[in-house]
Write a protein that binds this ligand. Sequence first.
Ligand code: SF4
Length: 481
Amino acid sequence: MRNITKQMFLNTLACPSFGWLMRMKREEVTRKLTKGERFRIEQGMEVGRRVREVYPDGILVDERDMTSAIERTKSLMNDPNVFVIFEGAFLVDSLAVRVDILRREDDIWHIIEVKSGVNDKEEFIDDMAYTALIFNLSNYKISKISLMLISRDFRLGMANDNLFVEIDHTEEVIGRMLQFTTYYSEIEQITRASTKPEAKLQFTCKKCPLFKDCVGKDIKNHIFDTRLSQPKFKDLLSQGIVQIEDIPDNFTLTENQLRVKNYVKSNSLFVGDKLRNELNAIVWPAYYLDFETTQTAIPLYPDMPPYTSIVTQYSIHKCSAPGNVIDHFEFLADETKDDRRELVKHLIKEQEGESSIITYSGFEKTTINNLARRFPDISGELNSLINRIVDLEAIIRKNFYHPDFHGSTSIKRTLPALVPEMSYEGLEIRNGDEAMATFACLAQGKYGNSEVETIKNHLLEYCKQDTLAMVKLHRQLVEYI
Ligand code: SF4
């Protein structure tokens, strides 16, 4: 039988049913990784490689097979001349772990968990507590438990010593580890049982990748679609209510939640009184604008902190009236340098005049604000772009609802409901996360020369699709009024 991994242990704590599937029927919980996820894994590996350079005398346990890795770890720990071990392997009963870094301090050990982010998160405590639990049950003593994160002060060109910050979490982790000690045999029993534990609906199910095949199965309009808070969710659940249609009339909901409920129940469209006026306020010819950005742990260009969000491309559809495209502009940054000033120059020039700039969400406004701070000499022109922005999503959120939105006004929900003939299927890049990962790989030189032009075309096609989707959505809204 499969060993219990850290992820399996933590998932079982959150949901026994999910943990059981991970151990007994892994194929049911394993899905193909997205481009964005693959990119983040590779980025984590790169961070792991760099952290090992910080300890040049460290020894990597590179055996993938667990039995050999455990033997090698044991022999390294028994060697008093070995002070740092990477990826040490431990197994207690069926609970397995690999420890990112172990540092010998006399006869006891400092555990270091490496994460490729800049923010300390509460969930890391559980992560480290599992590591500490297995290490402790293996009869080794712990001196300290730390988290190693990426330093915000790191800049391209600096030595790897400057890339990391270490945070001592010994006290919290030991506390949590002691709690885990009481669960540990229970988790073994749950995950090796012959039948799957009953799936129980809980608030975290809304983010579970299995939701639609599990407790959300056959429920078309789940109460999660109202975006309700955890206390309200618990209140409804205690009354046995899981679908929107069953929410009682006297149950307190916000205006938006009430709208979702009413229009799901009547299976009709909500078209607010102000929709016409808000759309009529648009000054034509209008520009539909969409940005794509990228961010990486190791900065792509000099003088920027890790994970700086940098705008890399835009698409603009110019229309003389709703649905009537008269021009299209696009820009894709030169990946070999920080090309934001050039992008800004084109952005300003291509949207000259006083007419409206239509975006979908507040992201473009925030990005232009950041650009104005970055380039104070042209901040006046950038600020005047901001003053012309009309957020189509905000208009929809206030004034329009279709039962097929399922509580969300993101373009990935509104487009199939209002413009079903248009989709992102068939495109090589289908969402912003993939665009982000693709540009980062381009800038890191991960594509061969023969691929670069094709990749750039995929990026341009995706961004163009986003602004065309806005044009069509807007056209459809006008139809409704
Ligand atoms: S949907 Fe909920 S109950 Fe089902 S596996 Fe996911 S977390 Fe567990």
